[in-house]
Write a new protein. Structure first.
Length: 262
């Protein structure tokens, strides 16, 4: 099926690795023009080099989503180069592995800032362009933690729940402007986040053995971690104009780790 994304412009935050990079790759394969950002210029350049896209299709920029002015400047560059913005994927971020007693005031502040700024700054910068598009769609990359908190990720779980709630409000408020807003809630996806944790855990297990044990411990029904491309397909289908009647909802991409029915 043609997803109708050819020659549309999509801005993906955090596209130098993992889910963001897989989303950029999938969008390019659909014929979209893609812009993406991250904080580390070298990582971004390395990732871009793997994509084999020309400057007329792919634009990258160093930008921290916590800095509103930097996000605005990057978005202005994208809109000027590509003539607008039709889609936005708020993906940049990471989780904070801490329990209550390990969590200080700074952890709470930093985590809430990252999660809320990561949605609000790009959305505010892109909003005039999205309003001008005839197929505007925003996808917030969230986590099943939003609905199923884990004490070992206490700040991230709380922030994720807030973002899921915010996504619903935004979907309602921006619907009259023709902007759809949806979320994907991830379980355990095999990306840099997990290779870093495997290295830090120093268990003596290979990454594959460690992953299988992790999937079993966490009760992943499909018995394995997800792949970044498996998330990208869900994100891209929500971005597609074919999903024109879908807004204010969320899709779990979690291999059945989510125990809820909503
Ligand atoms: N993998 C999972 O199991 C999982 C589960 C639930 C939710 N998630 C969420 O899914 C999203 C993608 O995760 P991932 O696993 O693909 O992570 P990843 O491989 O670590 O990639 C994260 C990307 O975000 C960028 N980034 C991080 N902080 C940023 C900031 N402040 N401003 C701009 N860019 C920033 C990183 O580049 P720089 O470091 O160079 O900035 C990188 O490109 C994250 O929001 C994550 O929390 C992941």
């Amino acid at each position: 099926m043609d997803l109708g994304l050819a020659d549309r412009t999509v801005l993906v935050t955090g596209g130098s690795s993992g889910v963001g990079l897989a989303t950029v790759r999938t969008l390019l394969a659909e014929g979209a023009r893609v812009a993406t950002c991250g904080r580390d210029a070298d990582r971004l350049a390395e990732a871009a080099a793997t994509l084999g896209a020309g400057q007329d299709r792919l634009l990258t920029g160093v930008c921290d989503v916590r800095e509103a002015d930097a996000v605005q400047r990057f978005t202005d560059r994208v809109a000027t180069a590509f003539g607008g913005v039709d889609g936005l994927v708020n993906n940049a971020g990471q989780s904070r592995m801490k329990r209550l007693d390990e969590t200080g005031a700074e952890d709470w502040r930093d985590e809430l800032e990252l999660k809320f700024a990561g949605v609000l700054h790009p959305l505010q910068a892109c909003r005039p362009h999205l309003r001008a598009s005839d197929a505007a769609s925003v996808v917030n990359v969230n986590a099943v933690l939003a609905k199923q908190p884990e004490p070992r990720l206490i700040t991230t779980s709380a922030a994720r729940a807030g973002i899921l709630n915010l996504s619903k409000s935004l979907a309602t408020e921006l619907a009259p402007e023709g902007i759809r807003i949806n979320s994907v809630c991830l379980g355990l996806i095999d990306t840099g986040q997990w290779t870093r944790r495997h290295a830090a855990a120093d268990t003596g297990l290979t990454y594959e053995q460690w992953q299988s044990r992790l999937a079993a411990d966490r009760g992943v029904a499909l018995g394995r971690l997800g792949r970044a491309e498996e998330v990208a397909y869900a994100v891209v289908s929500l971005l597609s104009p074919r999903a024109s009647y879908i807004t204010g909802t969320s899709i779990d991409v979690c291999g059945g780790v989510s125990r809820g029915i909503l």
